[in-house]
Write a protein that binds this ligand. Structure first.
Ligand SMILES: [Zn+2]
Length: 97
């Protein structure tokens, strides 16, 4: 039995809708270098337009110590469906986990 619910937009109080499956997310190591490569799904809100990534697997499909890691990062960065995490020093938010 599946008790999963689709993501919800808090501002609009409606369900997000699936936009794209198989979006690559490149996690940053905190100081500007790729650390891990994740598969995810992109959802967006039909009302306000916010987009989120969710549906990550349990583990990344590549990690920084894998022999082909940098080639894979380079290849994935050529896709419009790859999101690279912004390094911490380029962010303006505080109290981020
Ligand atoms: Zn919304």
């Amino acid at each position: 039995m599946c008790n999963w619910h689709v993501p919800v937009c808090v501002s609009c109080r409606i369900n997000l809708r699936p936009k794209k499956n198989g979006v690559t997310f490149i996690e940053d190591d905190g100081i500007g270098n790729p650390y891990a490569i994740w598969d995810s799904d992109m959802w967006d809100c039909p009302c306000c337009g916010i987009s989120v990534l969710t549906g990550f697997g349990k583990e990344p499909w590549r990690l920084h110590f894998d022999s082909d890691f940098h080639q894979v990062v380079e290849k994935e960065m050529n896709s419009e469906w790859t999101i690279r995490e912004r390094p911490k020093q380029e962010r303006k938010v505080e109290n981020e986990p």
